[in-house]
Design a protein around this ligand. Sequence first.
Ligand code: NDP
Length: 240
Amino acid sequence: MARVAIVTGGTRGIGEAISVALNGAGYRVAANYCGNDDRARAFTEKTGIAAYKWDVADFDACVAGVAQVAAELGPVAVIVNNAGITRDATMKKMSRAGWDEVVDTNLGGCFNMCKAAWDGMLERGFGRIVNSGSINGQAGQYGQVNYAAAKSGIHGFTKALSQEGAPKGITVNAIAPGYIDTDMVAAVPPNVLEKIVARIPVGRLGRAEEIARGVLFLVADEAGFVTGSTVSINGGQHMY
Ligand code: NDP
């Protein structure tokens, strides 16, 4: 039977490409999202992939969401924790709310989803978890103490949980995208983006499909010996 995969933030940007790639590879995909109903509707119309709305920062909503997907599509074998937000500001201007929102979504959401799916994966002796880190979690970035801390936390989380999953058939890995051409990067001022692209050895922004390719590798049944690792896909911008 086809394995069931949940992709958080799976209806647009990098998540959309991951949902489409998994669907194309034969997985039964549930694409989660949080607020943008129009984009989710357009995504489902275009791809035929079911969209499920819940906030990954809300623990109870994640438990209910995983249970709903399991009831409708089957037991959840793959979780791709891709949902993420930015609330950029320098320390001088960053509010406590801007810190909490980013940490609760980008890092707390990863805990919530893993916790909701973990017991089932243990019972079935199989699981694949891929967490979205970031080049800015590896290298830091001006104006992003909240985002860099949350993404850096993803890398520690991944290494710790992979040790618990390894003897149980569950792999836990991270993917660390560089600058990818999505709505998130479109929000960066053009003069700043120009300087960023000038520092990417490949000479361009990445494409969402190039991140999806890495995720497909990590979730495969054949990737059972790959765990606790970070796959950096950044055009050579940062070597970690
Ligand atoms: P986008 O802003 O294009 O899309 C974000 C997705 O996450 C949307 O589907 C959004 O849902 C969803 N989302 C946001 N908050 C929540 C929430 N609380 N609960 C559920 N879903 C939520 O982001 P990208 O595609 O650019 O980024 C995807 C991931 O990759 C993020 O984790 C990001 O930090 C990371 N990344 C991105 C890079 C880039 O250059 N783009 C670089 C490095 C890392 P909705 O549509 O409802 O708003």
